[in-house]
Design a binder for this molecule. Structure first.
Ligand code: ARG
Length: 466
């Protein structure tokens, strides 16, 4: 139990308290970021002549040596000695270079150090999340291109409403994930300020060059208030909220796929590789991936509530409560990354049953609005057309048939405005093609939007890979 704060204490820490207090069990996740921050800090200390050039070089060499050993798996913390990742790195430094190792913490506190580490972590992981979203958007784009004329029912209240296309339905998710991506970017821009140099809470008396450290670590600038810097966890809450929205969108999509994959819908078949079986019922093939994505939404939402609650009413500045920010964020990031990848791969391998979707669109009176519109075009007021169409639907329900299955005579028995052209006017193809306003499902309208998406993906691709 190597205490970084031994001097003032006479007695040893209670063993239970040591483990209750320690964070090494989870903050090891931050070790590369911790060392990255230490390298910048050491370089700045030497530049400002707070330590000598030679000490600066010695520190950098030792820190890089620790990175090498970690990569080889040759260095592990000891839970009985190392309280947290910061103490672990410092202990190894001191073991390896003695007195110089003890100088690294000059003008620094674990409070600004951990604030920095978490920001570096979030900045990097947010890039991973964005790239997961981008890959998913690309897959959706390809599916949309392939299904511009795959007709299916659009639903409200989970009741068939009006015909749309699969491309249009998937396009709704494209919009959601596109917004998610822009939210993650916004969060990254807002949080990209460097807290190092804020000390425990009130800055330091050493002549630190905070702008230099900020530049070294690729931040926009140093943070402007040292008390806020060590106690701000807003960006984590924003990130968790971004992650929650991603999961909310994935869970809606997952739910639809579970429905579509059921025997009642049969719109899609999930591949064997993305399904699981039952230990008792030999016939079963279950959509577990989609169900788990739906289920894991709970833990990400839980994490958001956890952080909001941890931060509620906390007085300035740092409080140990904040140590509780880590596990939940790490867990949420890992969860969302897994979900994004597996969900996308599941989509890529999924079979879409076009015929079945089209026949489902045909059978649920999804063209009833169009029948009413037909009468309006022939001169009837919409309210009356609605009434006439409603009565026709009722008759079809009795006959177990679609509107299109009625003969012209049967239609004319409701109103003599009906003529031979009615069948073309209410065909699935006409119904979809007529919904031609920007943002609508007609292939023509969709092509316009798809060309905008292509440009969007091209620009984002440039952002990700250059
Ligand atoms: N493990 C701590 C955390 O995650 C590091 C900061 C400790 N600071 C302190 N004053 N005890 O928040």
């Amino acid at each position: 139990m190597a205490q970084l704060w031994g001097g003032r204490f006479e007695d040893k820490i209670n063993e239970g308290v040591w483990f209750f207090n320690a964070s090494i069990g989870f903050d090891l996740e931050l070790i590369y970021h911790d060392i990255e921050g230490s390298l910048a800090h050491a370089k700045m200390l030497a530049k400002q002549a707070i330590i000598s050039e030679q000490e600066g070089e010695e520190l950098a060499k030792a820190l890089n040596g620790i990175i090498d050993d970690l990569m080889e798996g040759a260095l592990l913390p000891d839970v009985h000695i190392d309280e947290d990742v910061h103490g672990f790195v410092e202990r190894i430094l001191v073991e390896r270079i003695g007195e110089t190792g003890k100088k690294l913490h000059t003008g620094r506190s674990r409070n600004d150090q951990v604030a920095l580490d978490m920001r570096l972590y979030v900045r990097e992981e947010a890039d991973e999340i964005s790239s997961g979203l981008y890959q998913l958007l690309k897959t959706l784009y390809q599916l949309m291109q392939a299904h511009l004329e795959t007709y299916m029912p659009g639903f409200t209240h989970l009741q068939k409403a009006q015909p749309v296309t699969l491309a249009h339905h998937l396009g709704a998710y494209f919009e959601m994930f596109k917004r998610d991506l822009s939210r993650v970017f916004d969060m990254q821009n807002r949080m990209n300020y460097c807290p190092l140099g804020s000390g425990a809470l009130a800055g330091t008396t050493y002549p630190l060059d905070r702008a230099f450290v900020a530049r070294e670590l690729d931040f926009t600038a140093p943070t402007a208030n040292s008390m806020d810097s060590v106690s701000d966890r807003d960006y984590l809450i924003e990130f968790m909220s971004d992650l929650s929205l991603i999961m909310m969108h994935l869970s809606r999509f997952a739910e639809e796929i579970i429905l579509w994959n059921s025997d009642e819908y049969r719109f899609v078949t999930i591949s064997d590789g993305f399904s699981t079986g039952s230990s008792i019922m030999p016939q079963k093939k279950n959509p577990d991936v989609a169900e788990l994505v739906r289920g894991k939404t709970g833990r990400v939402y839980g994490g958001l509530m956890q952080l909001l609650t941890v931060m509620k009413s906390l007085p300035l500045a740092y409080n140990k409560d904040m140590q509780e920010d880590k596990e939940t964020v790490f867990n949420a990031v890992d969860t969302v990354l897994d979900c994004l990848v597996l969900f996308r791969q599941m989509l890529e391998e999924m079979e879409f049953h076009k015929e079945r979707m089209a026949s489902s669109a045909k059978s649920g009176f999804t063209n009833a609005t169009d029948l009413a519109d037909y009468l309006v075009k022939k001169g009837m007021a919409f309210r009356d057309a609605h009434e006439v169409t409603g009565r026709i639907v009722l008759k079809c329900i009795g006959k177990h048939c679609a509107i299109d299955d009625l003969s012209l005579e049967e239609l004319r028995s409701f109103n003599d405005l009906f003529a031979e052209d009615v069948f073309d006017a209410i065909s699935l193809k006409t119904c979809v093609e007529a919904r031609n306003t920007y943002g609508g499902p007609s292939p023509e309208a969709m092509k316009k939007v798809l060309s905008e998406y292509a440009e969007y993906l091209r620009l984002k691709n440039y952002f990700f890979f250059f």
